[in-house]
Design a binder for this molecule. Sequence first.
Ligand code: S3P
Length: 420
Amino acid sequence: MPGDKSISHRAVILNSLAKGKAAIDNYAPGKDCLATITCLRALGVTVHATRVQDSPSALISGTGETGLQEARNVLNARNSATTLRLLCGLLTSQPFLSVITGDASLRKRPMDRVIAPLQLMGADISGRGGDCLAPVVIKGGKLRGVDLTLPVPSAQIKSAVILAGLFASTNTMIRQPVATRDHTERLLTSMGAQLEARGNTISLAPLCSPLTPVSLRIPGDISSAAYFLVAGAIHRDARIVIRDCGINPTRTGIIDTLLDMGARLEFHNERMEAGEPLADIVVESSELRGVEISGDMIPRLIDEIPVLAVAGCVATGKTIIRNAEELTVKESNRIATVARELSRMGARIEPLPDGMIIYGGTALSGTEVDSHLDHRLAMSLAVASLVARGETIIKDAHVAQISYPAFWQDMGITAGFSDS
Ligand code: S3P
């Protein structure tokens, strides 16, 4: 699998703040993580992109916590919300002006969720549309710690506040209503930051000594593995081995849910690397049944819901997804787009304001469908096409490059890309 996207963003951002060099192997090859590198270079960080044993690697010369410089131009996070939101947290503390924008899709996504908490810390940060949207303008300066209950369960908001809190004058406390991915906390702890996570509460002290650079090999991305986990489970003659896949418990909702649905999954070689658990996973053809997915499970599989919906279409019985209103503010409105595009292939899906009901067991047929320029929808539709009768044409399928450039090749799908 390509390196984990969430961990790659954090590894390059945090090592930029450390004093010294770090090598990050199996760095996520997608466009999102390249956008983070481009922004950091514009801020004066030296990042060499190389290849080690055929996988991408990033060599970072950290500037130390006071070494970032004002960028000469607007920073562009492109399609990557993680880049934009995490950099907002970091740049509010830096003594210079920053303007960050993104592509048309990212400029529609909510930024008030990071702007408002950072303003509570004393940050001079504003955004278009009454501090709600990018471009975001930041006049970096002094910050104070905050005691914050996250308004939505989001690791991006949490990480932005943690990055700001490292440079604040007092301690920061973050309370999460539900656990969200904890890669920032794990990495910062291994770099020597004073951070403590107890249950869903994180307390953080401002940096009092430089962060230690940490070289690491990024685990395979479980969000990318999800396409193979579902493909293997729903295909009638499959056995797929996925090696070195991250299995951080804040990310394994897809595995728990597929097991609940009756999937045949096995784990081998479980181990820890650089503070993150990983394993080899084997998936085989399975008979799936519908399940209900809601509550605390949602942040543990939020990015995998489009492909889980495909599993739900093939399963017997109903799959009900609730409490997932966050899907409406992802790369596309994933409640609407998943329901619309899978329905075109013959699925029976009823969209709800916070999820969907999928009536499983209907045969899927190939037809023309649209990715809505959403990488996860493009790849989910490809998985659906594997079990659909006839040919499927996915509009704007190239968008898989955002997180998984080798997807078509790895899936063995002969993709003919046209310009239309
Ligand atoms: C991410 C957190 C999640 C996830 C996104 C990556 C991260 O978003 O959907 O793809 O790396 O922190 P939210 O924090 O908005 O839930």
